[in-house]
Design a protein around this ligand. Structure first.
Ligand code: KG4
Ligand code: ZN
Length: 360
């Protein structure tokens, strides 16, 4: 079954064609990073206009690369949310028009849930996907820091979320304060490699709270203030060694918080967990991979680099799994959920942090 998926929730336009949830026939990404870098962050209006420019040619190219005609597609999938509303509308409108004109079924897909399928797409050959479940899934991106308990590839129970900034967003904002450019994660990781984390102490965010939630806003402010203090002592600017040390100290706490909260999950629950699936842009960070391998009692799986950040192959993969499940349940004709919800769905976040959203 060939699924064509469209992703346009933020600053990447992506189109992919994936067969049976795992065989990627084409996966194209048009990044807008250069356009947004001028402004130091994503500008929603600029993003929506850029999606409009590239979506049609990208669709044509994806078909050509997959060697497939529109008539051979079995299902159209599209990111329905969360994301920038103007950006989402471009992808959703294109997908709805396509599905209507081809007479194909259409599935709305949750972007954050789909990130987890980025990790499933990158698995070593021969890995039995059902054997990885029940799993924990950590989505760490520019917009989200969500921990899910997953009983299957289509079941997402929110265990913890950030109460303020997302982990990747914190990397970006710290990089901006330090004058390192946008996006910040890759640069901070690179500079941190040569740094001594012990030189600067960082606040251990939420360490005293025995609660499953994340917080990054205080850490960002702390680094910004530290930088200003150092700058006052060295008006000519920090030397490269100091910047590297600051990056290393920041990175260790930003990632250390993730490790602490995962450990807390294992202390607080007796639920069976066979694997940890890590996804989203921050999953590209090699230090995170090393820390998790050391700290957890279960194996961790990460996406290959091209499926860490936003892409449409992950949207197609989740769509395939959901469609199979719906068919098995006799619900294949259901229209799906079209709520383009915002990441600021506070009732969800606060109920998760109080433990009310847990279903165990
Ligand atoms: O998943 P993604 O491409 O977009 C969203 O859905 O948000 O994630 C982008 C985020 C950015 O905040 C970026 O700085 C961060 O992922 N990121 C990293 C690394 N590579 C990307 N953060 C830390 N270390 C990295 N190597
Ligand atoms: Zn994303």
């Amino acid at each position: 079954m060939k699924v064509l998926a469209i992703e346009s929730s933020c600053d990447e336009t992506a189109v992919a064609i994936v067969e049976d949830g795992s065989k990627v026939l084409s996966s194209l990404i048009a990044s807008q990073v250069a356009e947004h870098a001028l402004f130091g962050g994503v500008v929603p209006e600029v993003a929506a206009r850029a999606h409009l420019r590239v979506i049609q040619p990208l669709f044509t190219k994806a078909l050509a690369e997959a060697g497939c005609t529109p008539a051979e597609l079995d299902l159209i999938a599209v990111t329905q949310g969360p994301g920038l509303i103007g950006a989402l509308l471009v992808g959703v409108s294109f997908a709805k028009g396509l599905a209507a004109s081809l007479g194909k079924p259409l599935r709305p897909i949750d972007h954050v849930h789909a990130h987890v399928h980025g990790a499933l797409l990158g698995l070593p050959a021969g890995t039995e996907i059902p054997a990885l479940f029940p799993a924990l899934a950590l989505v760490v991106s520019g917009g989200h820091t969500n921990l899910y308990y997953m009983r299957s590839p289509v079941s997402f129970e929110l265990v913890a979320a950030t109460i303020d900034d997302a982990c990747g967003e914190c990397f970006d904002k710290v990089a901006k304060h330090l004058g390192l450019g946008y996006p910040g994660g890759v640069v901070i990781e690179r500079l941190a490699r040569a740094g001594q984390a012990a030189r600067f102490s960082m606040p251990k965010m939420l360490a005293a709270k025995n609660k499953l939630m994340f917080s990054y806003s205080g850490l960002k402010t702390h680094v910004a203030q530290l930088y200003q203090q150092e700058l006052a002592k060295n008006p000519a600017g920090l030397d490269p060694e100091q910047v590297a040390d600051l990056c290393a100290a920041f990175q260790d706490e930003a990632l250390g918080q993730l490790v602490r909260k995962l450990r807390l999950f294992f202390e607080q629950t007796q639920l069976p967990v066979k694997s940890l699936l890590v996804a989203g842009g921050v999953a590209a960070n090699l230090r995170l991979r090393a820390l998790l391998a050391e700290a957890l009692p279960i194996p961790s799986y990460f996406p290959s680099l091209r499926y860490c950040g936003d892409n449409a192959a992950m949207i197609a993969a989740l769509a395939w799994y959901e469609y199979q499940q719906q068919k098995a349940d006799g619900r294949a004709e259901e229209p799906g959920v079209w709520d383009a919800y915002s990441r600021y769905r506070f009732e969800l976040v606060t109920s998760a942090s109080k433990g009310e959203n847990r279903q165990w």
